[in-house]
Each structure stands twice: as structure tokens, then as C-alpha cells.
Ligand binder design. Sequence first.
Ligand code: CMC
Length: 378
Amino acid sequence: MVACEFQPGLEGIPAAQSQVSFVNGQVGKLEYRGVPIEALAEKSSFLETAYLLIWGKFPKADDLEAFQEDITHHRRIKYRIRDMMKCFPESGHPMDALQASAAALGLFYSRRALDDPAYIRGAVVRLLAKIPTMVAAFEHIRKGNDPVQPRDDLSYAANFLYMLNEQEPDPFLAHVFDICLILHAEHTMNASTFSARVTASTLTDPYAIVASAVGTLAGPLHGGANEEVITMLAEIGSVEKVQPFLEEKLATKSKIMGFGHRVYKVKDPRAKILQKLAEELFARTGGDPAYEIALALEKAVAEKLGSKGIYPNVDFYSGLVYQKLGIPTDLFTPIFAIARVAGWLAHWREQLETNRIYRPSQVYVGEHGLPYITPESR
Ligand code: CMC
């Protein structure tokens, strides 16, 4: 075994060999199973992309149909899960509600048979099917209302917007949302995927894996940034205030949300697609003053921090799109999770193929052989 130096944040240290996705951060390239993200955003659907990620190949027409049908069939959640959610505090963050509900699925589907392909497929279907229902259910429950039941005649994306707003969405809005799900479905060895793989390596059940990954995604340095971008744009308030805002952030060495990435040193390719989508949405449904602020901020950050490779990441424009779709700000990260379940499950399957439990080392920097100090003399 080769001993290597401690790297904070494990930067540059490979944690797995993977065929799921590929990023080239110098040129801004992202591929799922070798297919460029731009092609998937233009031609695929979220469920087809999820199939590609999880099973490693494009589905034949029959396989895709069967996969979609299975998922549609499993969208409902047990009334006990709904009842459990009714006991959650309404002020709690939806990501915490999602983490608890995802973990609870393991109580209801407790048979663990990791060497049974039918079990693996069943768990994949259930997680993809039920996570959106749980996110939408908590949104209604926290307002004191009964959840809206899923509708089998609607697509994956349209059904989620329907469950959320109790109104069948315009097909264009559902299409935009579906593209957002594709863009967030997978992204190599990010923090939540690493978390999923570590949990998977203990051979636990997939519900625990997803719950652990949801908890990791929730933080503001990872999935939580999209929520903070909207708060930040509102706080800036106008294009004139962009420059003083940025100067103040730089002076206090604070991070500007939605910018920077461990891997990308150019503009994130997903941010480019999301920005285009945002513009299409605004053209159809009316502009958003926050978009002008976002554009001015992107320009100002490029001038000040471009030399350090700090450009918009996926979270910078996603919030503006979600806002236009009528999605509450604190659901942005749960929506990220709805999409990322596909990537987590792909990594779960891959981890199982050549599993070895994760057990890294550490560099101990504490003391040795100290005496026990009695309470009176501390
Ligand atoms: N604003 C200002 N400066 C930044 C930013 C930013 N958003 N991001 C990085 N930097 C600077 C940082 O201050 C540091 O400068 P110096 O070398 O002079 O000390 C340098 O760039 C390297 O930063 P780092 O924090 O060491 O980089 P990292 O690879 O550890 O962190 C990051 C990556 C994404 C956590 C970080 O860029 C960040 O905190 N961004 C804001 C939060 C955000 O938008 N997160 C979403 C990430 S993308 C989606 C996802 O992963 O979920």
C-alpha cells in the first residue's frame, strides 16, 4: 500500500474507479456513461437518463416503458409514512423531513437481498418513485393540508409539479423541470455520492444509503447553495448594489453562493444550460428582476475572481428557474435530491460490484500517554 500525504477535503484523491460519469473541469465537460450532458438535456428524459446511469446502457423502447410503468405504479406512499410526516414540526426543513422519510422506507421494505437482481430493481424503482411523492407530501402537510395523490396519467416531472401545486402544469414547464432533473442526476465523486458509496460499502440497505446522502446534500456548501443564491440575489436587491455587495464579500473573505467548484475552473456546463432554460422561461412567462442582478453578479465575479477559476456552478441559475416554476425556495435542495437519487443508485450498484468497505486512515496529531485528571483537579 502506498502511503500518501493528508489532503484536506481529499482533494485530488480518487475514492473509487467509476464508469458512471466523467467531468473535465478545465474545459467544462460533463458526461453520463460517456454521453455529453448537452445531448441528454436536449434529447433524453429524466427517467431514461436515470436508467442509463443506473443500468449503464440506454434502455430499449420496451425496457423504458416497463421502467416508467413500474415507477408510476409505485408512486404512492404508505399512509403510515404520511402519518409519520404529520408528526414532523412544520417549521422543520424539508431536507430533514426527506432524510427521515427516506430512512423510514427501510422500515417498510426491510428485506435486504443485495445479491437478488429483483430486490435491486425493486429498490431502485421504489426510491425513484416515492422520493418525489414524499417531498410534495411534506409541503402540503406542513401547511396543515392533506397531500395530493400522484396521478398515473402524468409524466414523472409533470406529476411532481401537479402534486406540489394541485394543478396540471403547462407541458413546457414540465419539460423544463424534467431537464433540470437530468442536469442534477449525477456528478462524479461529490460529497453526497461519496457519502452514498461509504454507506453502500457496509452492505446496508439502499434506503439508508439515500438517507445518508440526503443528509450530506443538505449543507450550504453542497446542494443547499441554490437556496442561498435566491436569498443572496434578494439581499443585493438591484443591479447598482452588485459591486458594493461583491466588494464587501471579498473584504470579509466570504463565499459568494453559486460560484466556485472543486473541479470546474470554468463555467459549469450545467449552469450554461440552466441559464438558457431560464431565458426561455422568462421569454414565455415574463422576466425576473433577479435575473438582471444575477447577470451583473456573474460579470463582476468574473472580473474579480475569474483568474482563480471562480465561475457560476450548477446552483447559480437553478433557483431562478425553480422560482419561475412556482417552487418554494426551501424545496430547491429536496428537488436536487429527487434528481440525484439516480446518481446515488448508480454508484450503489457499482459499489456492490467490487465492494470493499471504506476504511481510510488518518494522521493523528494529538498527544500520547497523558495522565487521567480527576474531576477536582481539572
Ligand atoms: N466565492 C468567493 N471565493 C471563492 C468561492 C466563492 N464562491 N469559491 C471559492 N473561492 C475561493 C476561496 O476563497 C479560495 O481562495 P484562496 O485560495 O485565496 O483562499 C479558493 O477560491 C479556493 O476555494 P476553496 O473553498 O478552497 O475551494 P473548494 O474546492 O474547497 O470549495 C466550493 C468548492 C464549491 C465548496 C466553494 O467554491 C464554495 O464554497 N462555493 C460557494 C457554495 C456553492 O456555491 N456551493 C455549490 C457547489 S456546486 C453544487 C454542489 O456541489 O452541490
